[in-house]
Design a protein around this ligand. Structure first.
Ligand SMILES: Nc1ncnc2c1ncn2[C@@H]1O[C@H](COP(=O)(O)OP(=O)(O)OP(=O)(O)O)[C@@H](O)[C@H]1O
Ligand SMILES: [Mg+2]
Length: 251
């Protein structure tokens, strides 16, 4: 039996603004196996980002429970399991690639397991670009820096929120392949949010399809496509069939 790394148990979330409440997530339950790649897909506004923030402890209060490694996760504050990549790479413009990747080391004084920065730079394919400033980087290279920065503390869980949204299709496809290579090399558990169904299926072992707001789990799809996956995977009839079925669930 695969080991459960994250258990999301009956999560509900309401925001209250100006005395009006907005139900964003309702009765969300699913689990994520250790070392697996799981994607969350759903329409804009269905609560995907909110769910990721709840899982890593930066959005509360909420109802329900998050278990990490079978233990109740912290309800307040970030805990040490996570590396996070957001949609915007948010690099500091006055720091070069190397120093942007090292930023979390300066912001976090607790002793933690670390990757060597040079190893991370090699891992994300930026060797030779250590001294380059953010304005000299392409969008794809910025995404690579953001991934390396998220990995600096060797997180056991990597959360990615629409991290490839700003990229053209070819760069995005290449970074999908790179991400699978990185995932295989560091053996972390990945939870990946995307609007792009075929990207989710290409990358994942499991897809959590959410309904429009309030987000509930419409379906959990286990993707049994063989690994390693490559450009040919997208041409397989099984791949095309899963993509079409998942699209219908969202339309
Ligand atoms: N801090 C907040 N206060 C009030 N409402 C919020 C807050 N954060 C998110 N919301 C609302 O919760 C809903 C879900 O937002 P969320 O960002 O989680 O959606 P999403 O699925 O990530 O959307 P997208 O795909 O566009 O990124 C939206 O209606 C949003 O307006
Ligand atoms: Mg979002």
């Amino acid at each position: 039996m695969p080991e459960k790394m994250i258990e999301v148990l009956k999560i509900g979330k309401e925001f209250t603004n100006n005395f009006k409440s907005l139900e964003v997530l309702k009765d969300i339950s699913f689990s994520v196996n250790r070392g697996s790649f799981t994607s969350i897909v759903g329409m804009s506004g269905c609560g995907k980002t909110t769910l990721l923030k709840i899982i890593c402890g930066i959005s509360n209060p909420y109802s329900g429970q998050i278990l990490i490694n079978g233990e109740a996760a912290l309800k307040a504050g970030k805990n040490h399991y996570f590396g996070i990549v957001f949609q915007e790479p948010t690099l500091l413009p006055w720091r070069n690639v190397y120093n942007n990747i090292e930023l979390p080391l300066e912001l976090n004084s607790c002793p933690r397991t670390k990757f060597k920065t040079d190893d991370l730079i090699r891992l994300v394919g930026l060797k030779g670009f250590e001294d380059v400033m953010p304005h000299e980087l392409s969008a794809g290279m910025k995404a690579r820096v953001a991934i390396a920065r998220a990995l600096i503390f060797h997180p056991s869980i990597l959360l990615m929120d629409e991290a490839f949204n700003n990229l053209d299709e070819i760069t995005r496809g290449n970074l999908n392949l790179e991400l699978l290579r990185i995932w295989k090399e560091i053996k972390t558990t990945v939870l990946f949010v995307t609007h792009n169904i075929s990207e989710a299926i290409f990358l994942s072992d499991r897809i959590i399809v959410l309904t429009p707001r309030p987000g509930t789990v419409r379906k959990v799809i286990d993707v049994d496509l063989p690994r390693p996956r490559d450009k040919q995977t997208r041409r397989l009839p099984e791949f095309i069939e899963i993509v079409e079925n998942a699209r219908e669930l969202l339309s």
